[in-house]
Design a protein around this ligand. Structure first.
Ligand code: FAD
Length: 561
């Protein structure tokens, strides 16, 4: 019955989908193949495959406009690329059956896992193929199991980190490494890296995984870890969905603190901010600076739009967040901004305490006294809040709800995230924060350092190459095009291109985080570089030889070149 419905709708939908496809240049071959007869054959093959699957698995398959439209785009709302169908698996075996069916078919069609579609450039789309709706794995049961004795949580790849947090906290435990926003899926962030202010100490989320269940591009279901199928384990972590679909991750847990002392310090220049950030994240021991390691979380941001809702959406309270609490201080901040040419910086840090952790409130008071004495922020501009651990970790949610209420969440997000070497961060600040970006605020710009030795070079994640530099920076330019006219979006995209041109011209070797590139040549040269690209391709041949998975990333096409 379902199979028949699928077949009836396929032909008309397929035509509709072809019209919907927007103008990203293909990595190499598009799917379905372009020639008219081949297209017709490919469509028939896909109809047959889906028809058989809907009889053989418990998965639901939908081809209606609502399902297809939702799976055609993402948080970025910049790219639209329609699948032929959306697949709602009830278990990992359903996904394996779908991938095997694609593999076995004469026209291996694209299959992309979609967590929440929080990507910005169509990475979770599958043009003309099948999008796997990962949340449907968790619909029947929560798929979160804590082992108190083993100090880990088994989380379905579709689970949201906020739910992982609450499940672990029920046992007084917590993961160590986070993203700023917790309403992202486990599989989605592990396919990138998963970074936030804890990464300097604990590494990204991909450095905090014991074991994975994966459905490979050949439809095999494999449990892998550092000891078992280690190459697949490392390939999938940071692998941009290219080698397997993560259906379960085992994440280590530690005793959970109860509260966070949350600090924001205003700086008039980038040199003072970055010097302090680097002192705070220095974990070498020995002659390390007196403030080294005193914070559990270290981030920072560029303040150009510190009064606006969009500019402060990552903050817990409305408008200018911390600064409005002290009206006089807000005026001082504004005056300092004027003096500094309109660009200020903010160091954001937190110290955890209480609960099952071993830091007490008295320890935090002492630490804070030392920090506020030693750090070189603009005196008088230190803002401190005491919040629960959950409030701190889930801090971005309040901003999301405010933006949703104002109709400013579902707007285009031309985000650009970069990793760059420590030695060039001030050149970057001068050229970009005080140059290219001065013209358009409209969104937070984050800047914070991380320690290279907390990243496992065997994973697929790409960080700056220069291994002589222990520290590298992330810069996240998280802008929203809010005016509704295409001009603002185009201007922001042009500015992103100008940022990349500036780096190239100034010889700043940056790589993108949450990367997007238009052609395979760009992926090879600009993102991976020699050596790393060869390994990535070799892994692709091994685990997804028909280039079925996550083709929305626009890295590979079928057949593999
Ligand atoms: P999707 O967009 O659904 O998918 C992303 C890619 O991963 C696609 O290629 C998809 O095919 C693949 N994929 C999805 N699920 C799986 C799976 N189970 N197995 C294999 N591949 C899969 N990132 C950070 O690191 N730190 C942050 O602080 C941070 N903050 C963010 C805040 C907001 C508001 C947003 C929108 C994003 C943020 N991100 C952050 C980026 C986020 O980590 C990525 O967008 C991530 O991909 C989101 O997960 P998702 O499940 O929505 O992915």
């Amino acid at each position: 019955m379902v199979a028949k419905r699928v077949q009836e709708k396929m032909t008309s939908l397929f035509l509709l989908n072809c019209v919907d496809l927007k103008s990203l240049p293909p990595a190499t071959d598009p799917w379905p193949p372009a020639a008219a007869t081949a297209t017709a054959t490919a469509t028939t093959v896909l109809q047959d495959v889906l028809g058989e699957l809907s009889d053989a698995t418990a998965a639901e398959i939908r081809t209606d406009t609502d399902a297809v439209t939702l799976a055609s785009t993402d948080f970025g709302t910049i790219v639209s690329s329609a699948p032929a169908a959306v697949f709602y698996p009830s278990c990992a075996a359903d996904i394996a059956a779908l991938v095997r069916a694609s593999c076995a078919s004469a026209y291996p069609f694209p299959v992309s896992a979609r967590g929440c579609g929080h990507s910005t450039h169509g990475q979770a789309t599958a043009a003309g193929g099948v999008v796997v709706d990962m949340p449907s794995l968790g619909r029947a049961a929560a798929r979160l199991a804590v082992s108190v004795e083993g100090r880990y949580i088994d989380a379905g790849g579709e689970q949201l980190w906020v739910d992982v947090l609450h499940a672990a906290l029920a046992h007084g435990l917590t993961p160590r490494s986070w993203t700023d926003y917790l309403h992202l899926t486990v599989g989605g962030t592990l396919s990138n890296a998963g970074i936030s202010g804890q990464a300097f100490r604990h590494g990204p989320q991909i450095s905090n995984v014991h074991e994975l269940d994966v459905v490979t591009g050949t439809g095999e279901m494999v449990t892998c870890s550092r000891d078992k199928y280690a190459d697949l384990f490392h390939a999938v972590l940071g692998g941009l969905g290219q080698f397997g679909i993560i259906t379960r991750a085992r994440i280590p847990l530690v005793p959970a603190p109860a509260r966070a002392r949350w600090v924001r310090l205003v700086y008039a220049d980038a040199a003072a901010l970055t010097a302090d950030q680097e002192r705070l994240i220095d974990l070498r021991g020995g002659g390390a600076p007196v403030v080294a390691g005193l914070m559990d979380y270290v981030e920072g941001s560029v303040l150009t739009d510190y009064q606006g809702l969009i500019g402060s959406w990552r903050s817990p309270t409305s408008s200018s967040a911390f600064f409005t609490e002290a009206g006089a201080a807000a005026r001082v901040v504004a005056a300092l901004a004027e003096e500094a040419g309109g660009v200020l910086y903010c160091l954001e840090g937190a110290v955890y305490y209480g609960g099952a952790g071993d830091t007490t409130a008295e320890d935090v008071d002492k630490r804070l006294e030392l920090l506020l004495r030693e750090l070189r922020y603009a005196r008088g501009l230190a803002f401190v809040q005491d919040v629960s651990y959950v409030e701190f970790l889930d801090r971005v949610r309040a901003g999301e709800l405010r933006l949703r209420a104002a109709g400013l969440w579902d707007v285009p997000h031309p985000w650009l995230n970069l990793f760059l070497p420590r030695s060039r961060i001030l050149d970057f600040a001068a050229g970009v924060f005080h140059g290219v970006l001065r013209r358009d605020g409209v969104g937070p710009v984050l800047v914070y350092p991380m320690n290279r030795d907390r990243w496992d070079p065997d994973t697929s994640a790409v960080i700056p190459r220069d291994e002589d530099e222990e520290v590298f920076y992330t810069v996240a330019i998280l802008r929203s095009a809010t005016t509704g006219d295409g001009d603002q979006l185009r201007r922001m995209e042009e500015q992103n291109a100008a940022v990349l041109r500036f780096c190239e011209g100034a010889g700043i070797p940056c790589v993108q985080y949450l990367p997007h590139h238009a052609t395979q040549a760009d992926w090879a040269a600009r993102h991976f570089g020699p050596g790393r690209w060869d390994r990535f391709v070799e892994r692709k041949r091994k685990y997804d030889p028909k280039a079925i998975l996550s083709r929305g990333q626009r890295i590979f096409s079928y057949p593999l070149a």
